[in-house]
Design a protein around this ligand. Structure first.
Ligand code: DP6
Length: 324
């Protein structure tokens, strides 16, 4: 008998140009394209097994059974896979992260990328990277970007079929690192899904979105040319614009902690002193400090010595979601 089981691994990613706001929230069709880098060293590993004996889908994350909203979100993806494969069996999903869940390291990106790949393969479907990226997007928008390799662009597209992510260039193109200054380790107060829905309430969102094609263009070219100066200016601007939108939404979303500012100010100072570093912050208080891989040891030490920094996670540039 054919085993209806598959295991996939995917990396989280850090957005250089952020996804913030949807034009269709059910389909997770974004109001702007985004660009990110996959994070090697951090990963989610997920096994999906379709079992005719199960009455309901089951989800186990880091050894704990998950019910409620988390399970509903995973079941919705499994349901799309069942429909495509013409099968009815419920599935057991067992997922493990090697990094803290819900601490601004976007665990949902790696989780839904690994789920989309493992579930389709377990169901016997041999989908293209674009089809897997689309399915991952329906689970979590940023997950679309954890499917292709290296430096990745999620095109906003015209609809469900072409709002997918593609690789700009593979990991070995540019030896960058992300040193994540962890300043808060608990789960965030407002998740991204609720946050996206608030984006249109900020008077600044329209300006952020209108200028997005320019930022995407500069960022894509900076990656292709390995131009750190151009990249750093653009990713800090893009992160600041997103947080300005968050802070001016109604109700306001304020993710920063005092230590967040300590880190961003230090990064600016270090750059003035000649070190190639740039900060970017997702929907949380932790600061991702992008630097050349050769400087990652030094940057990690500098970050760890700042007041309020609890720990530093270091990642390099990661490959695509893959079956293992
Ligand atoms: C700030 O992809 O987590 O990290 O689609 O609701 O799961 P959902 O949102 P999610 O949003 C990511 C927001 C961000 C920016 C980014 O990664 O582009």
């Amino acid at each position: 008998m054919k085993t209806l089981s598959a295991t996939a691994l995917a990396h989280p990613n850090i957005a250089f140009i952020k996804y913030w706001g949807n034009r269709d929230s059910a389909l997770r069709l974004p109001v702007n394209g985004s660009i990110s880098m996959n994070l090697e060293g951090l990963f989610t590993r997920t096994t999906v097994s379709f079992q005719p004996s199960l009455g309901l889908d089951e989800l186990i994350i880091n050894g704990h059974e998950v019910m409620g909203k988390g399970l509903t979100r995973v079941s919705a993806i499994l349901e799309l896979v069942r429909q495509a494969a013409g099968m009815e069996s419920k599935a057991e999903v067992v997922s493990d992260n090697n990094f803290p869940t819900g601490a601004g390291i976007a665990s949902s990106a790696a989780a839904f990328a690994a789920l989309a790949l493992a579930a389709t393969r377990a169901a016997g479907l041999e989908w293209s990277e674009s089809q897997i990226s689309r399915l991952a997007r329906l689970g979590s928008g940023s997950a679309s970007r954890s499917v292709p390799s290296g430096f990745v662009e999620w095109k906003m597209g015209t609809g469900d079929d072409d709002s997918i992510a593609v690789s700009i260039t593979p990991p070995d193109h540019w030896a960058l690192a992300d040193c994540v200054a962890v300043v808060a380790s608990g789960p965030k107060s407002t998740g991204s899904t609720e946050g996206h829905a608030l984006a249109p309430t900020s008077p600044l969102q329209a300006a952020r979105v209108a200028d997005a094609p320019r930022r995407l263009d500069v960022c894509r070219k900076a990656i292709l040319a390995r131009d750190f100066e151009a990249l750093s200016a653009m990713i800090e601007l893009d992160s600041d614009l997103m947080h300005a939108v968050m802070m001016t939404s109604h109700p306001a979303l304020f993710y920063w902690q005092p230590a967040t500012l300590t880190v961003t100010q230090a990064v600016r100072e270090w750059r003035k002193g000649g070190l190639e570093v740039a900060y970017t912050i997702d929907a949380g208080a932790n600061v991702h400090v992008i630097c050349q891989q050769a400087a990652a040891g030094q940057v990690t030490e500098l970050l760890a010595a700042l007041p309020g920094v609890l720990s530093v996670l270091t990642a390099t540039v990661g490959g695509p979601a893959r079956l293992i």
